[in-house]
Ligand binder design. Structure first.
Ligand code: GLU
Length: 369
């Protein structure tokens, strides 16, 4: 993959790079070099969106609190303090490179609801047209444990998907994906290109408790899945050097995840990128075959329904053997679905005394996995 060929790039900056973890101080020199990189990208006609962590780390430092073990209400308050410091640091470094910045704070709900996600995209588009760099973070001040991203890897992949970006760079403190954990002394090799998240790759990241295998790599692989389904190239690369993006341009080794050659329509990309489906529908074998042949899911093929979802929510579809078949937008709520499942579509009107449509999930709203 050549980064030169991309047009819209999302760069995810982890707090491990922004801070010196021993002293808890901001790595100003590094942030300055990132600003130089963004300027360089803009001079090469790239649009740049940044997703940055650091609100909680900066807030904790300012308030003299230990970042670990903060209770949720403290986390929310601390991030409210830290986000200002984070943006002030970006503003300072970027202005020195004649770059204007803006702040976008997103919750999981903002990206999981189609209309809100389109609004977020419009704002980001306008900022980019004005030549302003959007800097995105999760809105930690109102995020609760149940409804939050919690990690900026997956947030960044969703931002890349919503904004139709064609490149996402996850700057972290590892060089990329290794065939085994380099920290264990195995001669793990850096994998330069991944075209499919195979079972082998899932095994490689495994459940190892080392730095390599922890959430860190798992959330990055989840981010890669979302990016690949969205026609977006994703790089995992070591950002702990000066000018990390320029060095990618110069061909520094990293792992590139390549998207599928035939990207789905934007609506389907958004459905496939859903982070938290709110329900599960189990279907019979006949319906599984029908879906695989390109048909919609009819109530007749539904065997059971779990979860509390409304019409228009994203749900997962499972076979009787508990295999995940796909995700899609349900035309009916869970309650309505339970009343009409197993019935022919022309009976819906009689059972519910209304009928939105004959499909439980229309094929245009369904993504098979
Ligand atoms: N949103 C969190 C913060 O700004 C960070 C999440 C992460 O580190 O991935 O502090």
């Amino acid at each position: 993959m050549r980064i030169e060929q991309t047009k819209r790039i999302v760069i995810k900056v982890g707090s491990a790079l922004l801070f010196d973890h021993d002293t808890g101080t901001l790595n100003k020199e590094w942030l300055h070099s990132l600003a130089e990189d963004v300027k360089f990208l803009r001079e090469n006609n790239k649009e740049v969106i940044i997703v940055s962590s650091g609100a909680i780390a900066m807030g904790a430092k300012d308030l003299n609190l230990e970042m670990q073990n903060l209770k949720m209400d403290f986390n929310q308050a601390v991030s409210a303090v830290g986000q200002i410091h984070l943006m002030a640091s970006f503003k300072n470094a970027f202005e020195q490179n004649e770059l204007k910045i803006s702040q976008i704070l997103l919750t999981l709900d903002d990206t999981e609801q189609r209309r809100r996600s389109i609004n977020a995209r419009r704002t980001i588009d306008t900022l980019l047209n004005l030549g302003i760099v959007p800097i995105v973070n999760e809105n930690d001040t109102i995020a609760t444990n149940e409804i939050r991203y919690g990690d900026n890897d997956r947030l960044a992949s969703r931002v890349a998907q919503i904004t139709s970006s064609d490149c996402l760079i996850l700057l972290s403190n590892i060089n990329g994906l290794y065939s085994s954990d380099p920290n264990t002394g195995d001669d793990g090799k850096l994998i330069p290109t991944v075209t499919e998240i195979s079972e082998d790759i899932e095994k490689m990241i495994g459940d190892s408790v080392s730095e390599f295998g922890k959430g860190g790599m798992r959330t990055k692989i989840q981010a890669a899945k979302t990016a690949m389904l969205s026609g977006c190239h994703l790089a995992i690369t070591n950002g702990s050097i000066q000018r990390p993006i320029k060095s990618l341009f110069d061909g520094r080794p990293c792992t590139w995840f390549e998207p599928s050659k035939t990207p789905m329509a934007a609506r389907k990309q958004w459905i496939a990128g859903t982070m938290k489906p709110v329900g599960q529908i189990v279907i019979d074998d006949g319906a599984v075959n029908a879906l695989k042949n390109g048909s919609s899911l009819l109530p007749a093929g539904v065997k059971s329904i779990d979860g509390d979802f409304e019409r228009g929510d994203v749900v997962e579809v499972y076979s009787l053997g508990n295999l995940k078949i796909g995700v899609g937008l349900s035309s009916y709520s869970a309650k309505e679905g339970k009343s009409i499942m197993g019935h022919k579509s022309d009976e819906i009107g009689k059972i519910l005394s209304y009928s939105y449509r004959e499909e439980m999930i229309h094929k245009d709203d369904l993504v098979l996995l």
